[in-house]
Write a protein of this length. Sequence first.
Lengths: 340, 478
Amino acid sequence: VANSYLLFLGLSALACTWAVLSLWVIAGRSRFERRRARAARPPRALTPRRNRRLVRRTRSQRRGADALAELVRGGHPESLALLHAVLRSGPDHHRAAALSLLSEIESTAADELLLETLEQGSYSRSRVAAELERRVDRVRPRLVTLVRHPEPVLRFWALTILSRLPHRDAEVAEAAIRCTHDPDANVRAAAAETLAGSSAPMAGPALHRLLGDDAFFVRAHAARAFAEHAGPASANDLLHLLADRDWWVRSAAKESLARLGTEGLQAAVQALAHDDPFARDGAAEVIFEADGIRTLFESALEGDETARQALDDLALRHPELLRTRVDDVRTAWRQEAATG
Amino acid sequence: VAPGSGYGMSVVDVVRIGVVICVSYLIAVYAAYLLMLVWSAIEKGRAARHRRFDRLHHVIDSNLTIPVSIIAPVYNEEPLVVTAVRSFLAVQYPEYEVIVVNDGSSDGTLRQLIETFELERIDRYFRRVFETAPVNAIYRSRSDRRLLVVDKENGGKSDALNCGLNLARYRYVCGVDGDTILAPTCLRDGMRLVLHDPERIVGVTGHIAISGRPEEALNDEGRACRVDRRPLLVFQHLDYLRSFFNNRLGWTRLNTMLCAVGAFQVWRRDLLEQVGGFSTDFTCEDIELTFRIHERMRREKRSYAILSLPDTVGITEGPDRVRTLVAQRERWQRVIMETVVHYRRMFLNPRYGTVGLVGVPFFVLSEVIAPAFETLSFATLAVGVVLRAIDPVQFFLVLGSITLVNGIFASAAVLLEDQTSRLYDRRSLAWLVILGPVELFIYRPLLFYARAKGTWRFLRRDRGWHKFQRNVRVPSET
């Protein structure tokens, strides 16, 4: 089938290849360790000649990103122009590097370039937004302008980034309230998130309106946002969402009610008598979730008929779970009694 | 074949034809592997350049990071379940939940979870998007509110994963095995890619390391750092390395990822719901689901990508006994056969793009028909030796060549892995490259037996899981 001599030559070539690869594994590791030690040293100073060389090298597929990094970190005056060019038309991994390098520059020009990248969509908008989120205070005015952009995706991102502002002032709230009427459901959902932490008086009614939105995810976002915005006062408005036609909205309403404390618990107790079986189950879940059994017991012992009725309901439908929780309450009482 | 071996021409001819077929097959398989290795090396270089400058801590700090539900089905995982769940809870990621689904374990898995994580029973009304075996109870941890444990009747791994999907709250889900210890950075690395292109990237998988005792092979950061020195485990480790670094990265490059491994598979939940979740009709869920998603997306001409990370995202327990290894690999062969036969319409079908023209044929060549050619090779060899129809010098030269080709692929995989992660020390690396060529004589015959058995069981329509027994552990003195 084959000549032995040729086979022997092939075998030798394979043996050499295997030996080279294996040595590469071991030697490569040693080289890496040396390089790591060298990388800890401060970078070389940029001379005009090296600058020129590095600028030329930014066009290289393989070493372009390294050259760009050296130039930017070395403070090259044309850094932003180079990053701009790469972000507009560079290969994908160069753009990834450019974006990260841009995030290292704390200047208005860098902010502008990030916003421009977001607008143009020349790189993943979610990744750009993650960088803009870190400087949301500085880019706030530009984002407020962007909320009026004709493209819904930009309105969405502008609102999403604005929702990360620790203090959402009247201007931001006004922009978000306007977007609660937006034809795009994603934008309305983002507007709800932005309004959650706002103290603007008109935010409440706007969020309340979104609780009845056609899109299920807008209602879900609005439920959480309304609870955060209005606090315990939102409990009764969230109650009907326990019987919403969509599971996600019911889930959001349950989570929100469970976080509202006594008011949330009171609303859940009311919902135990709801016509809708989902709402009744959801209410029971809120009571268990919010550790409401002890409160109900204490109220029942004080003669509260509603609490007594709620416990009866729960005992009928969730006997095993209620028994466990009652045991927990008894243990807690005993411990409290023992410690005086 | 020795021409003048003195036997009738017909026998020599038969042996010769057998040799030609086997050598042709071998050359075709090695050519396919080489091609995939080249694609993998290109993809690894691209991923490394991409990652080198990415600010991973920005991803972790960002509120825009997409939350993930980790779903871990467990069945009789008593020895490892606590360590595994602790590793899930130690993952560095802004927002995620862990849903452990106890699939009717008959050992102390649930008891261990209840005691260690202070589980309390809760009533949770969840969407029943997928029908599953009945749920007995749902527990939540008092010590870590992110942990939810579901106790259900036994229904198989797919059923347990579907049950976890019903309870998952987040948009992305990460299916993991109950015996896998995750690296703390796994979600960060995986979701970083998703964050770059959330509309297109629907699935992510990554390399899983192998050890006989995963819980003992971790460094202070919770990442795999030691290679188990026992040859059977080293061979499996090399097998996994080759599979991930020589093949999966290439598949990523060609957008033809054919198997997002069950030990770490991140999926977009809405897509899982569209395709009907994890199928209980197949022996194993991971390959079939990946094929199904490809089939659906390509048929509907949707833009999508399923990626493999060039990182080690976790460490899992590999069988340290021959019998258990054979049982595991036999099952894998069966599921490959089931899946490829089920999706045979994709084979060489241009409608399915690179998946139909490259991926499925590669799978057929390297996995499905391999047992037939391996059997033919052994038969030809046996007949040739008995009839003295094979020239011993040429035979040993060919055998030496195959040994070295295997060694080259193993070393290439170790090289790609080490250049990415730098996890193992030099002694471990040396041990891996030395054992690379040896596996042909010890490990490959076992795989041949397992694959042949798997093919036979597939033909007999056996769908059993045949879970391998856990490795024996010395009880702790404390």
